[in-house]
Design a protein around this ligand. Structure first.
Ligand code: SF4
Ligand code: SF4
Ligand code: SF4
Length: 611
């Protein structure tokens, strides 16, 4: 079993030692036979693993984004005649990009929220009866989509394991695959340590990805799928049924041939016949969900699924991963093996009830209450651990900002400088310069976005110097002019240069948004800051949005944030002098209102897309 090592130092030429080793292996051993490229559109796009290893530059944005388009499915390793594993190199490349701070995960909001919720206090539950040495770990998707099956499975397993415990939690595989190694390590180790401390020895999983995580990192925890356990004990007493299915083996257990065999045995024991697809067992193909590729390259993700549908050729797919069942179920009749074992007739008739979001979340909460009531647990917990490093880092950052603010206020007051901070005196001084002061201010603001200078300090200066009314007027006009200048540079002067800077999938998404929604895409991205403001101005210049639409939408939609920050900063000097004014409080309330909008948006989006 592999123990996760500490993260690699970020500034080495070829990245950390594990990445360097993977690059060396691909470079020295890959004979460029093209067998993997025949199977994989990602490799057809980027070249042979040797070529990728030889040309990899950990500091270049292209090299940093590229591995996130690989599904990490390991089909390349399965077909490779020299037995190397390119997927291991792509995972190390992802980790390297994360360690260098090159991946901000803004494309992965849905999947990260999904994982965060799975590990949260609200959704997680550990119930361990007296002398419990075995737990059922059903994962996240199965309890959400099929809570009744999880209950039925648990009750059935209790017949052979009376002291069976339950763990409702997420194995954090999404973080693992996204290269968030430190977070994954912190989360998984904490769960593993808790289980080991409570004398749990065996983990029965229903999800192949959970299987892989526990097998690779679980150390003394023995992992087995519930399907293997059922095959060696007893099956639920349900009817046998004639019919044909084809089995989709998930990538997570690609190399576990005993599991492939067990699934087929269970299906045939229910009297089904199996028609194998071209790719199955160790040579199975990804359903399309692997590596969260759909978040950055939806075409690659769809491509895998469509290929699967083609190979199934209309026959019902039987799989043992609830994630794969969801994904493939949109393309082809697909069932989970637990559907078959507990409801065989309904499974073949395609009438099994599969919940969708937002009911999946409700199901998980209900399932948690069910287990809380039905297990006579000697030890219980809800998970409060959130990944120490993240929260500590965030907390530290907040503390530093707060301390800096307090230090400035104390220093200003102690130095006697408050006499110079009288708002009215300062504004009278500025008024003495006539039109010159606003003109200089507006000109500075108008060039700042093109030079990638942050607008917030200028906005704060505007509020202090010109007050809430004229501050807003000057700032919104000049900020709009600034955004338009960058837009026009991009559209008419520096197109090639800007294009070379904006190659990542995020910017392609912006293009798609404009194609589909026109000026509304501008309005939306001004209100919800999904992209960095200064780059966004340039990026819109590359799209087909009309200049007038862009300018108007920018003006109108930047107004709320402009008002919030100007009202807030117009009273900042008073605050430094120890006076809390109504403007300050209104400003704070407005800033909070503007700041929570992205979070609200993400929440709504996650709920809609959730499983
Ligand atoms: S892991 Fe899968 S997607 Fe990635 S290179 Fe290998 S075959 Fe292609
Ligand atoms: S199958 Fe193996 S040897 Fe052939 S190109 Fe792919 S990685 Fe290289
Ligand atoms: S592998 Fe299973 S438990 Fe882990 S994140 Fe995916 S669905 Fe959740």
């Amino acid at each position: 079993m592999q123990k996760i090592s500490a993260s690699a130092p970020a500034e080495k030429t070829v990245g950390g030692p594990q990445l360097a080793e993977e690059l060396r292996i691909q470079s020295e051993k890959c004979i460029e036979c093209k067998l993997c490229r025949k199977e994989c559109h990602f490799l057809r796009k980027y070249g042979s693993p040797k070529h990728i290893a030889d040309t990899f530059d950990p500091a270049s944005p292209q090299s940093q984004m590229m591995p996130f388009e690989c599904s990490l499915c390991q089909l390349c390793a399965a077909v490779c005649p020299v037995k190397i594993n390119p997927a291991a190199m792509f995972l190390e490349m992802r980790r390297e990009a994360v360690n260098r701070g090159a991946q901000d995960f803004s494309d992965y909001g849905v999947i990260m929220n999904y994982e965060k919720r799975g590990t949260s206090r609200r959704y997680s539950y550990y119930g361990l009866p007296e002398s419990c040495d075995t737990v059922l770990f059903p994962g996240c998707t199965l309890p959400g989509t099929r809570p009744d099956k999880v209950k039925a499975l648990f009750e059935h397993l209790q017949q052979t394991i009376p002291s069976l415990g339950i763990v409702l939690d997420c194995c954090t595989k999404p973080s693992h695959d996204l290269g968030r190694e430190k977070h994954f390590q912190a989360m998984f180790s904490e769960m593993k340590d808790y289980l080991l401390q409570h004398r749990v020895k065996n983990v029965l999983v229903a999800c192949p990805n959970c299987y892989r995580v526990f097998k690779q990192y679980g150390e003394r925890l023995q992992v087995k799928t519930v399907y293997e356990h059922l095959a060696t004990t007893s099956l639920p007493r349900t009817a046998n049924i004639a019919g044909a299915v084809t089995v989709h083996d998930p990538c997570g257990t690609r190399n576990e041939e005993q599991i492939h065999a067990v699934i087929r045995r269970l299906a045939t024991e229910k009297s089904l016949t199996i028609q194998e697809m071209k790719h199955h067992g160790v040579r199975s193909i990804c359903c399309g969900e692997g590596g969260s590729v759909g978040c950055v390259n939806p075409d690659f993700s769809k491509g895998w699924g469509i290929r699967r549908k083609g190979e199934a050729d209309g026959v019902r797919i039987l799989t043992y991963c609830a994630g794969c069942a969801n994904f493939l179920g949109r393309l082809n009749p697909t069932s989970h093996i637990l559907d078959l074992l507990f409801e065989p007739e309904a499974t073949l008739a395609g009438t099994v009830k599969i919940s969708k979001a937002p009911w999946t979340y409700l199901n998980r909460l209900r399932l948690k209450s069910y287990f809380k009531k039905h297990i006579n647990a000697a030890a219980t917990r809800e998970r409060t651990f959130t990944g120490e490093e993240q929260s500590r880092g965030l907390m530290l950052k907040r503390m530093v900002i707060l301390l800096a603010l307090v230090a400035v206020i104390v220093a200003v007051r102690m130095s006697g400088a408050t006499q110079y901070l009288e708002q009215e005196k300062l504004r009278a001084l500025i008024a003495g310069y006539g039109a010159l002061a606003p003109v200089i201010y507006m000109l500075s603001y108008a060039v700042a976005p093109s030079l990638f200078l942050p607008g917030l300090p200028l906005t704060i200066v505007g509020g202090i110097l010109f007050g809430p009314l004229w501050g807003v007027v000057y700032t919104i006009i000049s900020a709009t002019v600034g955004a338009c200048v960058a837009f026009l540079i991009s559209r008419y002067i520096g197109r090639d240069w800007i294009e070379s800077k904006l190659r990542s999938s995020r910017w392609k998404k912006l293009d798609e948004m404009v194609e589909n929604h026109g000026w509304k895409a501008v309005a939306f991205t001004r209100v919800i800051p999904l992209f960095p403001f200064n780059l966004l101005n340039y990026a819109f210049g590359l799209t087909r949005v009309k200049f007038l639409h862009y300018a108007l939408a920018t003006f109108v939609c930047m107004l709320p944030a402009c008002i919030a920050y100007i009202v807030f900063s117009s009273s900042l000097l008073n605050v430094l002098r120890g006076q809390i004014t109504p403007e300050f409080l209104i400003g704070i309330a407005l800033i909070i209102g503007v700041s929570v909008m992205p979070a609200v948006y993400k929440k709504i989006k996650a709920r809609r897309a959730g499983r």
